[in-house]
Structure formats: structure tokens, C-alpha cells
Design a protein around this ligand. Structure first.
Ligand code: R5P
Length: 310
């Protein structure tokens, strides 16, 4: 087994390789003056099972292209099989036609990765589970809920907890966490009047006098979460903690969070935000590296990945 890192999140790749006690493949990945990408593998990988780690976060198009070229270079170098490890799978939110003449971008990206030569995908908290079906190769979708639950049980000394889903789509994930930490469940009825804007319509469940834990897969502009926190506070919640797998944090999101009523935002490092969140005491990062390394090791040894979540 060998590991190749793309350039989107080298910190995470290093952490994963450290956990696996493996050196990253020696590569030369650079950009030509016009922005085109050049990939060269500087060691023999013939007959190896190779895991390519690349989050397709911003700049999404560049990072996707780099992933495709890495896979192609590995295929042409006679790797035995290639697993695309995509901690954050960009374009996942465009998983269906939302209007009559729109693209299903998640499907296009899935086709590109398969056609480049990947034989398996490993990813984390896919925005929509059904994206697994866009691939005709195995997809291992890892879940952060057990990791978040362990963190809460270890660090939270507070009582009266209620887990809150920020929208109807997140109920299954939130119920999973609520069950694990033995908390109540509440649901926010969110509406998107236009893309990029969100509005809280109703809160279903009792949050008055309670400490709330919102859990979601993505925080992008921060609008969904900040509005949810405002509404929960208005409804009498004491403190609101937020757990997010993929911190996209576009534009001024990190600053808005700093100024918001969020007590603490806990994110993972599927996307490298080290610069954006520097000096932001409201945001804490839990590394996904141990979970990813364990999944890679299990795939390599052909043992169960789902056992990780039982
Ligand atoms: C939506 O379904 C997702 O789970 C997130 O709630 C959404 O992408 C967050 O976006 P924003 O932070 O821009 O409101």
C-alpha cells in the first residue's frame, strides 16, 4: 500500500501517513505559468495499491483536475488499484436537477473520477448518501457522528442537552448523535428563499432552558447556522454548540462566526482552514486523520469498515 497526497490538504495527508507509519509517495506537482497542472511520480509504484488523498474543496475545479491527473499518472505507472480518498467531496450539493435545465454536477464529477481510473472511493459524510450510486465502483462513506459523540461525552460537562438538526435533511444524522449521547431531538424548519440565503420558519421540539448541539455536514457562508443559533436563542436556549464535518467557510464566514452567538464551533480538518481560523477562539478543530487512517488500513487488509461505526 502506498499513499499519494494532492496539494489541497497536505497537512491532513501527512497526519494520515503518520498514523499509518508510511511515507507519502515522492511526487512533483506543479502549475505551469498558464495554470495547467503537471504531475510526476518519482518512485516505482508498479503493482501497488495506491490511495490518493485530495479534498475537492476550493479552488474546487483545480483540485478536481489535480485529482484526475494524479489518478491518470498512477494508472499509467501500473498501480495495481487506485483508491481516491476525498475527505471533502466538492459539488456534492448539486446532486439533482433543481430547475428544468440544470446540470447534475455531482454526477459529472463522479463520472470523471471513475473514468480517470479510480477503483474505489473513500469519503466522509457525503452531503447526500445517494451520491454513492453515481459511482459503479465501491464507495466507503465514513461518518463523523461516533467521533463527535465521543468528544461530547469526554468534554461536555453540561446537562440538559438537545441535538438540533438545522434543516429537515439533517434529521437522520442529528438523531444518530442524539441517540449516542442520550439527548433530546429538535428540528429547524428552514427555507431557502433564494440560493445562499436561509430563513428559519419554525422550531420543532423543546429548546427552552436547554443547551443545544447543532450538527450539520457543511458550513459554507455560515447563514444556516447563524440564523439557527439566533432562532434557538430567541426560543430560550441557553448555549448553542455547533458540530460540522466540512468547514467550507466561504467569504467572511469565519469572522461572522466570531461575532455570532455561537458558544463554540467544532469542525474537522477535511478542509484545511488553518489560515482562515487563526486567532478565532470560537472555532476548534478535531482531526479526521485517525478515522481515515483506520479506514484505509482496513480497506488495505480487506477487513470491515462499517465495524468502525458500530
Ligand atoms: C445544506 O443542506 C447543507 O447541509 C448546509 O446546511 C449548507 O450547505 C450550509 O450553507 P450555508 O453555511 O451557506 O448556509
Amino acid at each position: 500500500m502506498k499513499i499519494l497526497s494532492g496539494t489541497s490538504n497536505p497537512r491532513l495527508s501527512k497526519e494520515i501517513s503518520k498514523k499509518l507509519k508510511l511515507k507519502l509517495i515522492n511526487t512533483n506537482i506543479k502549475r505551469f505559468a498558464d495554470g495547467e497542472i503537471y504531475i510526476e511520480i518519482n518512485e516505482n509504484i508498479r503493482g501497488n495499491s495506491v490511495f490518493v488523498i485530495q479534498s475537492t474543496s476550493t479552488p474546487a475545479n483545480d483540485n478536481i483536475m489535480e485529482l484526475l491527473l494524479c489518478i491518470d499518472a498512477l494508472r499509467r505507472s501500473s498501480a495495481k488499484n487506485i483508491t481516491a480518498v476525498i475527505p471533502y467531496f466538492g459539488y456534492a450539493r448539486q446532486d439533482r436537477k433543481v430547475a428544468p435545465r440544470t446540470s447534475i454536477s455531482a454526477k459529472v464529477v463522479s463520472n470523471l473520477i471513475t473514468n480517470a481510473g479510480a477503483s474505489r472511493i473513500v469519503t466522509v459524510d457525503l452531503h447526500a448518501g445517494q451520491i454513492q450510486g453515481f459511482f459503479d465502483i465501491p464507495v466507503d462513506n465514513l461518518f463523523t457522528t461516533p467521533m463527535f459523540a465521543r468528544y461530547i461525552k469526554k468534554k461536555f460537562k453540561i446537562k440538559n442537552l438537545v441535538c438540533v438538526s438545522p434543516d429537515v435533511g439533517g434529521v437522520q444524522r442529528t438523531r444518530g448523535l442524539a441517540t449516542k449521547i442520550k439527548a433530546d431531538l429538535a428540528i429547524i424548519d428552514k427555507r431557502r428563499p433564494e440560493p445562499g440565503k436561509s430563513q428559519v420558519m419554525n422550531i420543532i421540539g423543546d429548546v427552552k432552558g436547554k443547551n443545544c448541539i447543532i450538527v450539520d455536514d457543511i458550513i459554507d457562508s455560515g447563514g444556516t447556522i447563524i440564523n439557527a443559533v439566533e432562532a434557538l436563542k430567541k426560543a430560550g436556549a441557553i448555549d448553542v454548540y455547533v458540530f460540522i464535518t466540512h468547514a467550507v467557510l466561504s467569504g467572511e464566514a469565519a469572522e461572522k462566526i466570531k461575532k455570532s452567538k455561537i458558544k463554540k464551533l467544532i469542525i474537522t480538518d477535511t478542509i484545511d482552514n488553518s489560515l482562515k481560523i487563526k486567532n478565532n477562539s470560537k472555532i476548534e478543530v478535531i482531526s479526521i486523520a485517525p478515522l481515515m487512517a483506520e479506514a484505509i488500513s482496513r480497506i488495505s487488509n480487506s477487513t470491515s469498515v462499517s465495524d468502525l461505526f458500530n
